[in-house]
Write a protein that binds this ligand. Structure first.
Ligand code: GLN
Length: 456
């Protein structure tokens, strides 16, 4: 776990370079069967040696010597940023994304580039041009997506923490399926500079880790205003890893989520856990009304198609890689063609505007809900993950995985996932939502869930 590892690194029980070396050995041994890394950073041990000097001098940052895997749609200078696509297969990054720069400033070491769904379009990890990723927590099942490699590498103990991106659930969904922690920060919490966008009004970069501590540390390091992303805000970045015990909370639960949860066993498990959480923390469970939440998936896709179409116009084969329409996979092409259609001038933006109106209504729903509740508890996905390679002919079946995660992106709030057990041997994650920029409360609640599950 990251908490112990960090202590051992700081008190010299293990050096940063040993840590990286051991994990790289593990990658070589295990990743043939998991396929979570597209690229291993050959310079990582060298980078770690510099961190070791700083640790010895006593001035190392908060991620000192921890190994960080970075999703393939985030730029790391000198390493490939292929977005798991043939379009950018040979593209090497020329600069660090803000989040990566901040990781380096805090002495984290980039261990490698993680596999994902092509251009982050997907919920299963199967649409990568470089092969699907296996789920280390439930072999043979999808690990979830699109941050499939980030989640799988964490779950298999091949890195300490991973960076993913979440536009509609891509951090939380694989965190749930792989039995780990994953956080979608509030929109504007983390700079998107250097993230190759899927949908720029919804994307956020966030952490995945085996314990709450790891995600808290990483998010502390990468949060805050930067000059490179105008969406980042001045909101205070508190010390998320300095956990306080939450007491007497009002916990929102919605019967809409119960209705939308296809696999009732998932809903039952979440509600049983919420009840035990409320007993142990002296909290109260309250029914909340979310009138428009069932429109989330329908509102999300026109926004994503339109913004993705626009964002991919730069991949015309002249400056970066190959022409996207000639080199991408089926799901990416579907979104480009769909986005092109609904952006046509004769529609005068009608579909995009209608989707934005629904987004507004869903945001209002959450604003109202958070007037009477502190947090919301709900499932992460309405079904368990499928077997890798299962034929899914209707894209809407895949899109439905995100029915519970998309609302947080549409409303800009923060949300996190933590494992609360298994069904048929497959991990199930509880999703906790908190108001925008209240990551502190989110982490305190997730930490308490961890204590309930595993003790202090
Ligand atoms: N599965 C969703 C999609 O395909 C979410 C993707 C994401 O969050 N990057 O768009």
């Amino acid at each position: 776990m990251v908490r112990e590892k960090r202590d051992h690194l700081l008190d010299g029980k293990i050096s940063a370079s040993e840590n990286i070396h051991i994990l790289q050995e593990r990658i070589r041994e295990l990743d043939r069967n998991i396929n979570s890394f597209l690229h291993v950073n050959e310079k990582a041990v060298e980078d770690a040696k510099e961190v070791d000097l700083k640790i010895r001098e006593g001035n190392a940052g908060k991620l000192a010597g921890l190994a960080i895997a970075v999703k393939a749609n985030i730029n790391v200078r000198g390493l490939p940023a292929s977005c798991a696509s043939k379009t950018l297969a040979n593209y090497i990054s020329t600069y660090d994304a803000d989040a990566v720069r901040m990781i380096r400033e805090n002495d984290g070491v980039v261990i490698g580039i993680a596999n994902c769904d092509e251009f982050a379009c997907g919920s299963s990890g199967e649409s990568s041009a470089f092969g699907a990723t296996n789920n280390p927590a439930a072999p043979g099942m999808i690990p979830g997506g699109s941050s499939s490699g980030s989640a799988a590498s964490v779950a298999a103990g091949m890195c300490d923490i991973a960076l993913g991106s979440d536009t509609g659930g891509s951090i939380r969904n694989p965190a749930s399926h792989c039995g780990i922690v994953g956080i979608k920060p509030s929109y504007g919490r983390v700079s998107r500079f250097g993230l190759i966008d899927l949908s720029m009004s919804l994307d956020q970069i966030g952490p995945l880790s085996r314990d709450v501590h790891g995600s808290a540390l990483l998010l502390e390091a990468i949060s805050g205003k930067t000059g490179n992303d105008p969406a980042t805000t001045e909101n205070e970045v508190e010390s998320y890893s300095d956990f306080k015990k939450p007491r007497g909370l009002r916990i929102g639960m919605s019967s809409d989520f119960e209705r939308m949860c296809t696999d009732k066993r998932i809903h039952d498990k979440i509600s049983a856990f919420a009840q035990s959480f409320s007993r142990k923390t002296g909290s109260e469970l309250k029914e909340i009304e979310l009138k428009y939440v069932d429109l989330s998936v329908q509102a999300y896709y026109p926004i994503v198609y339109t913004e993705f179409f626009s964002g991919t116009r730069k991949f015309d084969g002249r400056k970066y890689g190959r022409k996207i329409e000639e080199s991408c996979g089926e799901e990416v092409l579907r979104r480009i063609l769909g986005g092109m259609e609904i952006s046509k001038s004769e529609y005068h933006g009608a579909y995009y505007r209608k989707a934005l109106a629904a987004k507004q209504l869903i945001s209002k729903d959450f604003e109202n809900a958070f007037r009477n509740t502190d947090i919301i508890m709900l499932p992460t996905t309405p079904i368990l993950p499928h077997k890798i390679g299962t034929k899914i002919t209707d894209p809407r079946t895949m899109y439905a995985y995100d029915a519970f995660t998309i609302p947080a992106n549409l409303s800009g709030i923060c949300a996190g996932v933590i494992n609360i057990g298994r069904i048929e041997g497959i991990p199930v994650g509880l999703q906790v939502m908190a108001p925008a920029f209240n990551e502190k409360l989110l982490f305190d609640v997730l930490r308490e869930c961890e204590v309930i599950m595993h003790g202090d």
